[in-house]
Design a protein around this ligand. Structure first.
Ligand SMILES: [Zn+2]
Length: 97
């Protein structure tokens, strides 16, 4: 897979220029703890989950099981009350922090 289509129609490349401006890598806190103290950047790079962020729609495509497995799609949702760092009112549909 060298590219795929976002739900908005934008073509997102998974190869080509390095670094890829649409590619993000993520590591769970548990994995970070397990790897703490390692300095081999290549090992770290290979163990991270790959995300692609659509430059047009901000959809996030997460390849939890690598590029050979189907991705999960995450759709951006507007946060109307100031976001995670904002104030929270009782009765909202989000959990308390
Ligand atoms: Zn898109």
């Amino acid at each position: 897979m060298a590219k795929f289509l976002c739900v908005c129609g934008e073509s997102i490349s998974t190869s080509g220029g390095i670094p890829n401006s649409n590619e993000w890598r993520c590591l769970s806190d548990i994995e970070f703890d397990r790897l703490f103290g390692q300095v081999d950047v290549e090992d770290l790079y290979r163990q991270m989950v790959i995300f692609y962020r659509c430059p047009l729609s901000d959809h996030i495509w997460a390849f939890w099981d690598g590029l050979e497995s189907p991705p999960s799609l995450y759709t951006p949702t507007a946060v109307l009350d100031g976001g995670a760092g904002g104030t929270h009112e009782a009765g909202g549909d989000r959990p308390s922090l």
